[in-house]
Ligand binder design. Structure first.
Ligand SMILES: [Zn+2]
Length: 495
């Protein structure tokens, strides 16, 4: 029987605030020693009072604003009560019925179709610590460095209809979070964690069958694969005429299958109640507007602007916005080159042909040779030593014919390794292109004198012979000649 797949996601995002959610302990991504960032507040000692981290609240609201959420003017924190060794207080401060952000949405593009995935809410809570189970030991260790660090939870409505859609949604969400700068959102490091709820229903039916919750998926690939596996498993159970029961499962990467864990506790078990130590939050419209003003340009907006402003194709602009740093680098290079581009009689409205060429050239050099170097070293542009100013200078040298493209690639490699100035590299490596100079003229005379056969062949109409002589010139100049200039000069001299 054909079934429809219904998927909803709960995404936990570690906020990169300086301090923890309710105390002054550092919120470090990778602390050196276990239990170094702890204090009586985050350890839940009796009589201590928590204080709300303003930055975490503002960043959660800002994330909601980027995701078109309703932002209520009132919110509060609640205690979610349960006992677990990594939870020192015996309860977690979370938000129950008054989250910081209400309903919103995110539009995704999948297979060329645009689809709106609605969000249920975004709330703010504190993270738990970490349990460590040393190999072969009959005990466990607990590290509270992560305990009470700010954790934002984004909950979608059951709007996702396919495993691939879930992955596309997550990738887009992550990009937005990186643009806003609220989290490093590295899934491998657990900074972005995803739980997925999935259930099936016979096509056309209204009622949902019991769902499975897949916990702690830590890569985009795991999300898609675990969901695909569940579609298959649940379909098999139903087709065999058996019944599904509500369950929590984990994804085993090595076995590529989901494994049943424990039965989910109902909401009532947590006995939520408002945290008596924390005041309810109220926001004025002015405060919310001020937070919104802090929102940077988001990937979609940037893509549209780059297309318009620089005459790029949609897929080209997409390559530049994928990583916020890349788009910024591109724009910085262009802005460094602006004065020089303006000298090509570029008008504000319509870019001159020459300016277009420079923009196109810059795009090509970033997305091809530079990306290749970045991939090879496995680093991102943010960690690259090349400055926009130096890159712009290299673009100018290429455009003005001071270096040919194979020499420019060598220059780029040195710039990449050492952060050097391109004109200096050109000088040091003696890579400057020989223009229509005396030196080139002398070399051409010699090539003609040394190759009487090919000269005769060329005169007899064999074009290949000219290519051979251009090759000789390139070899004699160690690749510094411009092949086109050399070809023209050869023709002139021979005739
Ligand atoms: Zn603390």
């Amino acid at each position: 029987m054909p079934y429809e797949t219904i998927i909803g996601l709960e995404i936990h995002v570690q906020l990169k605030t300086k301090s923890k959610m309710f105390c002054g302990c550092p919120n470090e991504a990778e602390p050196k020693e276990p239990n170094q960032n702890v204090c009586p507040v985050c350890m839940g000692h009796p009589g201590v009072l928590p204080t709300i981290n303003k930055q975490a609240v503002e960043w959660t609201i800002m994330s909601g604003q980027a995701l078109h959420c309703d932002i209520p003017t009132e919110s509060k924190f609640d205690r979610k009560n349960y006992f677990y060794p990594d939870l020192p207080k015996g309860y977690q401060i979370s938000q129950y019925d008054k989250p910081l952000c209400g309903e919103g949405y995110l539009e995704i593009k999948d297979d060329g179709e645009t689809k709106k995935i609605e969000l249920e809410r975004i709330h703010l809570e504190e993270d738990a610590g970490k349990l460590l189970h040393p190999d072969g030991a009959n005990y466990s260790l607990v590290d509270y460095n992560r305990a009470s660090t700010p954790l934002m939870e984004i909950v979608t409505k059951p709007d996702i209809r396919a495993p691939q859609e879930a992955r596309v949604f997550l990738q887009k969400l992550r990009k937005i979070l990186l643009y806003i700068g609220v989290s490093n959102a590295d899934m491998e490091k657990g900074q972005l964690r995803c739980d997925a709820n999935i259930s099936l229903r016979p096509e056309g039916a209204k009622e949902l069958l019991p769902k499975t919750e897949i916990k702690n998926l830590n890569s985009f690939k795991a999300v898609e694969q675990a969901l695909l596996y569940e579609v298959g498993r649940q379909t098999e159970v139903l087709d065999a005429g058996k019944e599904l029961h509500q369950a929590t499962r984990g994804w085993n990467d090595d076995l590529s299958e989901t494994v049943e864990q424990r039965t989910k506790e109902g909401e009532a078990d947590y006995r939520y109640f408002p945290d008596p130590d924390l005041p309810p939050l109220t926001f004025t419209k002015e405060q919310l507007d001020k937070i919104k003003q802090g929102l940077p340009e988001l990937p979609e907006e940037r893509r549209e602007r780059l297309e318009k402003q620089f005459g790029l194709k949609s897929e080209e602009a997409e390559m530049l916005v994928d990583d916020r740093a890349v788009g910024e680098f591109f724009e910085n290079v262009i802005s460094e080159a602006q004065e020089w581009i303006n000298s090509f009689e570029g008008k504000d409205e319509v870019l001159s042909e020459e300016a277009q060429k420079v923009i196109k050239q810059t795009f090509n050099w970033i997305t091809s040779p530079l990306f290749k170097l970045l991939n090879k070293e496995g680093i991102s542009l943010a960690d690259c030593k090349i400055t926009a100013e130096n890159f712009a200078e290299l673009m100018a040298m290429i455009h003005e014919g001071k270096v040919n493209s194979s020499a420019a690639e060598k220059v780029l490699e040195v710039m990449f390794a050492k952060g050097s100035d391109p004109s200096q590299v050109v000088e040091e490596l003696d890579l400057a292109q020989l223009g229509d100079s005396d030196e080139l003229s002398g070399i051409i005379d010699k090539v003609i004198a040394d190759n009487p056969g090919p000269v005769e062949d060329y005169k007899a109409g064999k074009e290949n012979a000219l290519q051979f002589m251009v090759g000789q010139v390139m070899a004699a100049t160690k690749g510094k000649a411009d092949p086109q200039v050399a070809g023209e000069a050869l023709k002139k001299k021979i005739s």
